[in-house]
Design a protein around this ligand. Structure first.
Ligand code: AMP
Length: 280
């Protein structure tokens, strides 16, 4: 496995494999089974596999957890090697954002609302770094997790709008045994918060159960999930949403598809999760 912080080395590696399919998994490191599921899928479906580890400062607001974001580069590299990664790109901040940097990618409507409401410049940062990484790595397929549902909508849109020749593959959310979606940020949770954090999945599952029982009123669904989350004293609700999975607009009524999503704070740690209706 090649590990490099050089754009030139990545470009050379890619130039030497012009006809090979290349699956790409961008990450911020501190890897868990959710990340590794993306790498394994990329490995199964491509002739070469590239990953990146880069904690992208432009997707963090000044008050967010950039400086305390967990890191474990050595372990990450071992896990990526074991999962069959061929190349890992680990760029530095000065390489990605040299002084004078001033070009950003904005996916306008999909970046607003939900995560974008709490984190106004977050998706501008995501869209910018993902576009840059795509240009450097030149993948034929890109693998993202459903866990970050709005992110998948934003990246799918930018691939389409910028005519990028990349197949976009969304992989299911990998969960702990009790339903909590795996996340690097789970490591911030105190034991009692970790126990309480299952409330996201419990609320979303309750929403799905109501849908299964025939409930179609999106407001009643949101209220039912909200009540369940607000009954958990260790958590502080940010939002619950029942939205159109393509436009991310809030629904009044669930006719066909919907994405149920929520964000909840446990202390300073903000967790998100979602489920898609209908279940496949
Ligand atoms: P991150 O390191 O948080 O930027 O995540 C890198 C990629 O892994 C993104 O496409 C995430 O959506 C995906 N990912 C994170 N957690 C999970 C999970 N629990 N299951 C599946 N994919 C995930």
């Amino acid at each position: 496995m090649i590990v490099t912080d050089s754009i030139a080395v990545v470009r050379q590696w890619r130039r030497e494999r012009p006809l090979m399919t290349c699956g790409f998994v961008p990450t911020m490191g501190y890897l868990h089974d959710g990340h590794l599921a993306l790498v394994r899928r990329a490995r199964a479906e491509n002739e070469t596999v590239a990953a990146s580890i880069y904690i992208n400062p432009t997707q963090f607001a000044p008050a967010e957890d950039l400086s305390r974001y967990p890191r474990s580069l050595e372990r990450d590299l071992e896990l990526l090697a074991a999962a069959g990664t061929d190349l890992v790109f680990t760029p530095s901040d000065v390489l990605m954002y040299p002084s004078g940097f001033q070009t950003y990618v904005t996916v306008e409507h999909l970046s607003q609302g939900l995560e974008g409401a709490a984190r106004p410049l977050h998706f501008r940062g995501v869209a910018t770094i993902v576009t840059k990484l795509f240009h450097i790595v030149q993948p034929t397929q890109a693998y993202f997790g459903q866990k970050d549902f709005q992110q998948t909508a934003v990246v799918r849109q930018l691939i389409q709008d910028l005519h990028l020749d990349i197949a976009f593959i969304v992989c299911p959310t990998v969960r702990e045994a009790d339903g909590l979606a795996m996340s690097s940020r789970n490591s911030y949770l105190k034991p009692w918060q970790r126990t309480a954090a299952t409330v996201l999945y419990r609320a979303l599952s309750y929403g799905m159960a109501l849908l299964l029982a025939g409930e179609r009123d999106a407001n009643r669904l949101r209220l039912a999930m909200r009540d369940l989350i607000e009954a958990e004293p260790a958590g502080r609700l940010d939002y619950v949403s029942v939205a159109d999975p393509v436009t991310l607009q809030e629904l009044a009524q669930v006719d066909e598809q919907a994405v149920l999503s929520t964000a909840v704070y446990f202390g300073r740690t903000r967790l998100i999760d979602n489920l898609l209706w209908p279940l496949l």
